[in-house]
Design a protein around this ligand. Sequence first.
Ligand code: GTP
Length: 359
Amino acid sequence: MILIGGFATRLRPLSCTRPKALFPILNKPLLQWTFERLAEDGIKEVILAVNHQAEVFIKEQKIPKNGLKITYSRDPLKKPLGTGGPIKKAEKLVGHDSPFLVLNGDIFADINYKEIFKTHEKENAMATIALHNVKDPSKYGVAELVKGNYIKKFVEKPPRKFAPSNLINAGVYVLSPEIFELIPKARKVSIEREVFPKLAEEGRLCGYILEGLWIDIGEPREFLEINKTLLNSLVPLEEHKARGRGKIKEPVAFDKNVSTGRQSVIGPYVVLGRNVTIGNSVCIKDSVVFPDAVISDFSIVNGSIIGEGAMIGKKVEINSGCIVGDHVKIRDNVTLSRGVSVCPAKEVSKSVLKPRYIV
Ligand code: GTP
């Protein structure tokens, strides 16, 4: 089961127009990466636990299913069920035959799903959580492991000095069907706050340490980070190769039908989506540009995310940490200082020199 029904407030304004699971990672929706990984490990069926809006967006994307059978389980209209409620709601679809996997839809992880199932079965746990070691665990659920892989204590978002370890909930779980008895029906439930701490106390919560690549794209910085990490590991494929004019500083990834103008400098760490048009003498680095955006002559984009179909005028300067929503129009000569976010379809005709949200 993949959970794709949160509000993704931290990724606004880009998440106003797509769920986190559809954010493009190297020009491929995150959900497509997840389907591919699940299919590789022999998973046959996926339940997408969605809200109405997410379902519409996912169906529009026509993501290749890789042989998986996909079923939708919908939260009630205007009544989000949190991270636990959607699991309870899908009880009949999941059935009571065997343990099942639950993934947060905003996780990019190189995880071996077979191994986490093995740990779950070996330890005979009610729930097994994939755990990842991070420097600052304070914005995650944190686990204290004891021998035999059991989690003694599970605390959601503790202040840094009270965190029992640096092992955090990686948003990947194996659950046994008995879990359904512990999740209240037809209401919003946080599995992290209402179910896991109790299971830890009762000695029925297990951990599986995830060593490989893991990132949750909850925040814009993390979204840029995963694109950068994958660019670094990219073997330049013909399809990623930059076409067009200007100077390309690797690593970059270009989707189909991208054009770049004379004397532009693109890279390093730039991802350009399908049909993106870059004018002459444009400089872009450390940024992701979603499909169909246009960046006109003499503009500079640094450390930012440019939404789908955005139109950036001439001599525009976009500084680090900016997020330009889908279909935004930025007029010629405008400067956006660091950390400016612009809501979808907004027109900006004056410079914005302090970090703020333009609605
Ligand atoms: P923020 O508002 O930025 O914290 O994001 P979020 O709402 O997505 O919350 P969070 O990152 O904690 O959610 C973890 C996972 O659970 C994500 O994949 C969400 O899409 C999913 N999720 C959160 N709330 C709901 C919900 O009410 N229903 C469903 N179906 N999924 C949810």
